[in-house]
Design a binder for this molecule. Structure first.
Ligand code: SF4
Length: 227
């Protein structure tokens, strides 16, 4: 796991007292030093959540962990966009740079119910695994490294299952003895898009996994062949 702010290595060693109130269902309070680890799914989706959390918390660290992204070239593009954003925002980020698509696909398939295993995994069940894998990695890292709370840029997406992500975050917070920084970041959708364009960040064309890529391009094809 690499950590840096642009090129700076951060200390993610676990120091930092668990102080300051953190609400489970709203932005973190500002009355004490609070360390928040924020899962970053990509650059553009992270801008609005990170900016919002920075206003509320003493210390914010990003966490890039996205084994769902396919293929490797896309993984690198999104990783580089997060690095660029980190440098622009002067943000410390921990990077899980290892590309492990096989483990992700295996884990996702194993999580499916027998009736969902036929054919290509459908969006709902496969996304449940995808959310929980990434959120749990964030919670685990936060818990092992002295963070008070964790959050995710997944709460910014208009396309993700927001309610499910919130419930997962709250359940993981209980399991790992943390607080979940919950906020509905979706109202910042346009602001995030505008900022990402101004910053010149790479903007992806599909959610991330191989299935979302296939769906995106089959929709495009259908549209193009429509009379
Ligand atoms: S569509 Fe997006 S959230 Fe769902 S499994 Fe694929 S990458 Fe994950």
């Amino acid at each position: 796991m690499k950590g840096n702010k642009g090129s700076r290595t951060n200390s993610s060693s676990g120091e930092g007292a668990k102080t300051g109130p953190v609400r489970q269902t709203g932005p973190v309070g500002t009355t004490g030093p609070v360390r928040v680890l924020v899962h970053m799914c990509c650059g553009p989706c992270s801008i609005f959540p990170i900016k919002s959390i920075l206003k509320e918390s003493a210390q914010v660290f990003g966490f890039f962990h996205n084994p769902n992204i396919h293929p490797r070239s896309e993984f690198r593009l999104r990783l580089e966009a997060v690095k660029k954003l980190a440098a622009l925002l002067d943000l410390d980020v921990l990077y899980d740079e290892e590309y492990r698509p096989t483990a992700f696909i295996k884990g996702m398939k194993a999580s499916l119910l027998p009736e969902d295993k036929e054919g290509k995994p459908t969006e709902g069940p496969r996304c449940s695994y995808c959310y929980s894998e990434r959120l749990e990695a964030t919670a685990r890292w936060a818990s092992e490294n002295g963070f008070d709370a964790f959050s995710s840029s997944l709460l910014y997406s208009r396309y993700a299952n927001h309610g499910e992500i919130k419930e997962l975050g709250l359940a993981l917070a209980d399991r790992y003895g943390l607080k979940f920084y919950y906020e509905d970041f979706r109202p910042g959708w346009q602001s995030g898009i505008d900022d990402s364009k101004d910053m010149g960040l790479y903007r992806q064309k599909y959610c991330g996994c191989i299935y979302s890529k296939m769906e995106r391009y089959s929709k495009k094809k259908k549209k193009a062949s429509a009379p």
